[in-house]
Every structure is written in structure tokens, then in C-alpha cells.
Design a protein around this ligand. Sequence first.
Ligand code: ATP
Length: 141
Amino acid sequence: MLEERSAGAVLFRLEDREPIYLILHYHAGHWDFPKGNIEQGEDELSTVKREVREETCIDDVEFIQGFRRMVEYMYRRAGRLVHKVVVFYLAKTSKDEVKLSYEHNDYRWGRFDVALNLLTYNNSKIILRDADTFLRGILSS
Ligand code: ATP
């Protein structure tokens, strides 16, 4: 079985102290957070910064300490089974302009409920719920 490891971000900006999340539309059809493969010798946070920059042109990512979550799933690539682990960090940007790369065909900025409905996979919805609760705890303190 092939093994794949990616890292990504629950990326948000604040609008009147309300978190607005970025969700991307993948060519395969699903909606998910920005993420990408961890390259050899690269640490997770560097992957997240690089992938967010490459996929959206957002280059001012600021990580929120204390949030790191993992999802895993299996899929088939060219007939071969792939076991994939993706780690997600929570990160803030002050930018709202997004320039997509060839890897995605659409994006949305949305408040929690909008983003939650957009996400295709339940494991990503769980991450967003968790991130939103975590963030609101910080914002209210
Ligand atoms: P990356 O963004 O890490 O470079 P990718 O675009 O190559 O990844 P994935 O987004 O992992 O690929 O999608 C590969 C396959 O896995 C697709 O068929 C997709 O539908 C499925 N998939 C993607 N995310 C999930 C998930 N969270 N849970 C289950 N299956 C998923």
C-alpha cells in the first residue's frame, strides 16, 4: 500500500471579530482546506506555508499555537490503494484576495456554518468544528 502525508490549514481571517474560513474546491470534486504533500526534509509548518502560498497566493500565514489535528483516509490512485494522513494547523491571514493555482477550480470564504456545509468529508467537518471552538475560546478570553 502507498503511504502519503500531507499538511494543511484551517485558514481564517477576521471580519468584525468573526472568523471567516477558506475552503477550496478540488478538481476531484470535493471541497476541503488548503493542503499538500509534505516534501522530503520539510517540516509540517513549512509545508503548510508553502502550500497555502502556492494554492492561494496568501503569504502572511500566522499559526495559532496549540492546535494540531490529524485525519486519515484511504483512496485509490491509478488502481493502487493509498493510505493518507493529513495534519491540520489553525492559521490566520489578513488577506482576502485569493489567486488559485491549477490545483483547484473554485474557493469560498465563509462563516462557520457556510464553511461547514461546504466541506465534503465528515472528518474535515470535525476538524472545522474543533478549530472553531478552539478559536472562539481564544477570541473571547
Ligand atoms: P493534496 O492536497 O494533499 O496534494 P490531492 O489533491 O492529491 O491532495 P486529496 O485531496 O487527498 O488529493 O484527494 C485524493 C482522493 O481522496 C480523492 O478521491 C478525494 O475524494 C479523497 N479524499 C480527499 N479528502 C478526503 C477526506 N478528508 N476523507 C476521505 N477521502 C478524501
